[in-house]
Every structure is written in C-alpha cells, then in structure tokens.
Design a protein around this ligand. Structure first.
Ligand SMILES: Cc1cc2nc3c(=O)[nH]c(=O)nc-3n(C[C@H](O)[C@H](O)[C@H](O)COP(=O)(O)O)c2cc1C
Length: 178
C-alpha cells in the first residue's frame, strides 16, 4: 500500500507533523511519499492520501485547496485522511488550556475540508496543535495571542499524532484486504 502524505506549511510545524505521519509509529508494510502540496501534480499511483495544512485565519493555506482542485479527478475514488495544524488541537493547545474546550467547540471545519468531503472519501479530519515562535504572529495577532495566554511553544502532541497514524493505517489495511 502506498500513501501520499501531502502538506502545506508556512513555518514548518505542519511539515514536521507530516514527516512524523509519513514515518509512522510502525512502518511495516507501508510506503509513504512525503510531498509539499505545491509539488503534487497527480495522485493516481496512491491507494491512500493523507492531507495536512497549517491554519491561517481559520482556513487551510492556499496550496492545499489548490491541490484538491488540481487532483479532483484522481481523488474521487480515494480514501483520504485530513488534518489541520493550528493553535488548538484535539488534545493540546498553544494558547491557555483554560480556553481549550470553548475554542474547540467554536472552531468550524475549514472550508477546504468540506470541499474535500464532496470530492473524496474523507475518513477523518483531525485538528492537531502546532507550534508558534516569536515573530510568527504579526501585530494585532500577537496581542490576541498574549491576551489568550499563548506562549511561544511547540504544542504538537506526538503520541496523539502517532495513534492517529496507526489507526488510519490499520483502517487502510483492512480496506486493502477486502
Ligand atoms: C498569521 C497567522 C495566523 C494564524 N491563524 C490561526 C487561526 O486562525 N486559527 C488557529 O487556530 N491558529 C492560527 N495560527 C496558528 C498556526 O496555525 C500554528 O502556529 C501552526 O502550527 C502553523 O503551522 P506551520 O508552522 O506549518 O506554518 C496562525 C498563525 C499565524 C502565524
């Protein structure tokens, strides 16, 4: 089974997450090609597609939806797992942990994920917390982060990412055997 792991990342934390997913907790029997979304022209040769993008102002980076538009005919029959790397993940957060529950409830799925659902067989979409460094967040954004008790940190929850990867691989393998 060959998996395409495509990512769109501005500052590198989504790329690091995609690298971890491509490497996987246990690579037995799984080949994964790790590629930046901008460099993916076709997906015909892959059984499984894993897509991840950083979140900017609530949405995926443009390279990620652009890739969906480009690959639409190839994605129709594919099993796709999607992830968004943002301030607020399903299990960890860059901002104050006190805000996590309310922010998770208030954060809608990015538009590109909804479009992807109309195109491909999206099995899951997961929010992962990413990382933020001094200078990443400009002007007013920096103030908002401070008000929300955000610290400059790397909030990626690697065990959670590994569990997600293991579950998608197990499900994809079951589909392959059918
Ligand atoms: C300009 C800017 C806008 C952002 N907008 C959001 C946002 O709307 N929602 C959110 O949860 N995180 C937001 N973030 C946090 C990023 O999604 C997070 O830092 C992520 O790890 C960045 O991924 P990358 O390192 O791959 O670029 C923003 C970060 C920056 C720098």
């Amino acid at each position: 089974m060959t998996t395409l792991v495509g990512y769109a990342s501005a500052k590198g934390s989504t790329r690091g997450t995609a690298e971890r997913i491509a490497a996987g907790p246990d690579s037995a029997g799984h080949d994964a090609d790790l590629r930046s979304c901008a460099g993916i022209a076709e997906a015909r040769d892959y059984e499984v597609v894993v897509r991840g993008s950083a979140i900017r102002n609530g949405q995926w980076l443009p390279a990620a939806p652009d890739m969906i538009d480009r690959l639409r005919p190839h994605l129709e029959s594919k099993a796709v797992w999607a992830s968004s790397v943002s301030s607020v993940g399903a299990t960890s957060i860059i901002l104050s942990p006190q805000l996590a529950r309310d922010l998770r409830r208030a954060t809608p799925e990015p538009r590109a994920v909804q479009e992807l659902r109309a195109t491909a067989d999206v099995r899951d979409h997961r929010f992962f917390a990413g990382a933020i460094a001094p200078g990443d967040w400009p002007g007013v954004g920096r103030l908002v982060v401070q008000l929300m008790s955000g610290r400059y940190n790397d909030a990626r929850d690697w065990p959670h990412i590994d569990r997600w990867t293991a579950s998608l691989r197990a499900e994809a393998s079951r589909g392959e055997r059918r």
